[in-house]
Design a protein around this ligand. Structure first.
Ligand SMILES: [Zn+2]
Length: 677
């Protein structure tokens, strides 16, 4: 493996149209944070950059929906996410934003360089144009009928009902979501990056030179390359973004996927005047942390852009993760199906490390994984509390009890003592190897093995029994337990920074250098420790029940919202309407129709007569509760036999979105037989 002089760690720029959720954290930010903290502890020259991605159509759509400017949307989510990351301990050196001037300048410059070098091709295509609004329409701004499933609200890029990807011209009866008008096709000029030109080079660079990349990343790149690369547009007709810096490109901006990854460069520029050594020196190791939906952009498009530009380094690795699901369902911002970071921080104050731990232990590194609140609780109670917390607490309490908080001398060690002390160094190496190969779950498990080792050592050595007969032996045992504790503050630091800071305080220990881990004498005899508190608290069932209840409420409200208001009907003439004889009436008797679940047999006073009507409302009304109730009926509906009973007329009901039926009744008492018109 090549030895690098410095590291540049980037984390996918979160889109500034919604808050951060656990899927983002498990996929990108926790792994990048562990990696960065580890490198810093090793004393490496490392910077970690991130920021808000503030351009693109979804932001303009949300702004339009709320009736505000896109700037209001990005300001809101930039502030929210920046704060949430900071409170969660994600250790970026800079959290920038792509609406910054420095980013506009950097992206413009890179586009110009490629343009001047003739790296783009220009193509005129036909695109939908809204004549009323006077603008071209992004795919998401066009809706129409899906040609595959008939969904009338399919988008120009995708039908969300059947999941088919579409292009706007596939839609039947398209209309603009801006004005509602029918869009027309118009010619428009765009710039394309001819990815096909880079295909041979990409094949070698990825498929031959980077066989060490994660299987999911390598596999996806291979499949893209095997399908053959096509020229890809780098501009869009839109009024929000970075203007295309070419004459005659009025009303066009850089495609958000051209400008967003350049955001890493701009953020580095903003952070340090020495930015070029991180981006242009082959002694720098560049690592992109992303989710799997971004693989093509970071492994194919962005490298092709940088290669075309010519002066930048390329990523050494792109350790993309798969997706995290929530309680067996895909996380979704639009369906509010997520655990939002800013809400977690409020609802579980001081428990950043519990979420960091459970998301890392369950990270979707090789396949999609599922987050459940029960698992979160079990990770806390059975691992953090029972293993790590328990070991630390025992060690510190016994040290305070036996030696008034002074680290005792280590006397003669037996074979087991030596084996345990040697094991510390091995665990450190295992954690190191796992982190450097981007296997963070494994790294965390190894770090926890140090606490497991300590627990087992104490359980086997039983100092609380030995103290009665052999106090000298106990000094050796406790010295070893304390060395393990001090080592824990180092090897667990990248994963659990909040708890390790507490623990360092309790043992009056400030060493954070990674290379000190494995040392068997971190705490010298006579060193004074403080009184400990509990490192982790048990999470009780009611906290978990509350969270699950919150999700169930979301599910219910989604179900209601997704059943849309039925479409309006064809117009009728007044004469046609007048033919229907709607009258007020009163229910005299009501009983269930035997052997049915839905039907009630009602005896009705219509003012004209007393008659029987069978109605399918038994699921919603108890017979005994509706006797005497005034209602509206269709009096002249042709009689029909239902379950052998002749039903003469129909009771008017309103059907709610969830299928619930409610009687339509006069708002005040009127005489039976009054005409409703
Ligand atoms: Zn469809």
């Amino acid at each position: 493996m090549k030895n690098f002089k410095r590291y540049l760690v980037t984390s996918a720029l979160p889109y500034a149209n919604g808050p951060i959720h656990i899927g983002h954290l498990a996929g990108v930010y926790i792994p990048s944070d562990i990696y960065t903290r580890y490198l810093r502890m090793k004393g490496e020259d490392v910077i970690s950059v991130c920021g808000s991605d503030e351009h693109g159509v979804p932001i303009t759509l949300k702004a339009r929906l709320e009736g505000v400017s896109p700037q209001v949307i990005v300001d809101r989510y930039h502030a929210l996410n920046e704060k949430a990351f900071r409170e969660f301990g994600i250790a970026f050196d800079i959290y920038s934003r792509t609406s910054n001037k420095v980013h506009h300048e950097t992206a413009t410059e890179i586009f110009k360089t490629l343009y001047d070098k003739g790296e783009f091709i220009e193509k005129t295509t036909e695109q939908y144009y809204d004549e009323e609004a006077g603008s071209f329409l992004a795919d998401r701004y066009i809706t129409g009928t899906c040609p595959h499933c008939g969904n009338e609200n399919a988008y120009g890029d995708q039908c969300e009902k059947c999941g088919t990807s579409l292009s706007p011209t596939d839609l039947i009866n398209p209309h603009s979501t801006i004005s509602g008008s029918k869009p027309v096709l118009r010619k428009t000029l765009h710039w394309y990056l001819p990815l096909d030109r880079y295909e041979p080079w990409l094949r070698k660079w990825i498929l031959e030179d980077h066989t060490e990349w994660k299987a999911n990343v390598y596999g996806q790149c291979k499949s893209w390359l095997d399908q053959g690369l096509q020229p890809r547009a780098v501009s869009r007709d839109l009024d929000w973004g970075i203007p295309v810096p070419v004459e005659g490109a009025e009303g066009k901006v850089l495609y958000v996927w051209f400008d967003a990854p350049i955001g890493y460069i701009s953020a580095t520029k903003e952070l340090t005047p020495e930015w070029e050594k991180y981006w242009k020196d082959s002694e720098t190791k560049l690592v992109h942390f992303i989710g799997k939906d971004n693989i093509v952009f970071h492994c194919i498009i962005f490298p092709a852009m940088l290669n075309a530009e010519g002066s930048f380094i390329l990523p050494d690795n792109v350790p993309a993760n798969e997706f995290l699901n929530l309680e067996n369902d895909k996380i979704s911002t639009s369906r509010n199906w997520a655990v939002w970071l800013h809400e977690y921080l409020e609802e579980f104050p001081g428990k950043q490390d519990v979420l960091r731990y459970s998301l890392c232990a369950n990270a979707p590194e090789t396949k999609d994984n599922d987050f459940t609140w029960k698992d979160f609780q079990a990770r806390n109670n059975n691992e953090l509390v029972a293993i790590l917390g328990n070991f630390v607490n025992r060690t510190l309490v016994l040290t305070n009890n036996y030696y008034e908080g002074r680290v005792p001398e280590r006397g003669v060690t037996d074979q087991n003592d030596t084996a345990v002390l040697d094991e510390i160094g091995k665990i450190k190496e295992n954690v190191e190897n796992s982190i450097e190969t981007y296997r963070f779950r494994e790294a965390l498990r190894e770090a926890m093995n140090l606490a497991r080792l300590g627990n087992k050592y104490l359980a086997d050595a039983e100092p609380w029994k030995v103290i009665r007969n052999d106090p000298d032996r106990v000094k050796t045992i406790m010295n070893i337990a304390l060395q393990i504790t001090a080592n824990l503050t180092i090897v667990c630091e990248p994963f659990l920074p909040f708890s390790m800071e507490k623990l360092r305080g309790w043992i009056s220990f400030s060493e954070k250098s990674w290379n000190k881990a494995g040392d068997k004498d971190l705490l010298k005899p006579g060193h004074l420790i403080n009184k400990p508190e509990l490192l982790f608290d048990k999470i009780e069932d009611d906290a978990i029940t509350r969270q699950i209840g919150k999700l169930l409420a979301t599910k219910k409200s989604n179900e209601t919202a997704s059943s849309k208001t039925p479409q309006g009907k064809e117009p009728v003439t007044f004469d046609e309407f007048s033919k229907i004889d709607i009258r007020t009436a009163t229910i005299l008797e009501a009983e269930k129709v035997p052997k049915t679940t839905k039907l009630l047999k009602l005896k009705i006073d219509t003012g004209l007569d007393v008659r029987t009507i069978v109605s399918g409302i038994a699921e919603f009304y108890n017979p005994e509760n509706i006797v005497g109730k005034q209602i509206s009926i269709v009096a002249n509906l042709e009689p029909r036999k239902i379950k052998g009973i002749e039903s003469r007329g129909m009771i008017l009901m309103a059907e709610d979105k969830d299928g619930k039926l409610v009687m339509v009744a006069p708002s005040d008492t009127v005489s039976n037989g009054s005409i409703v018109k």
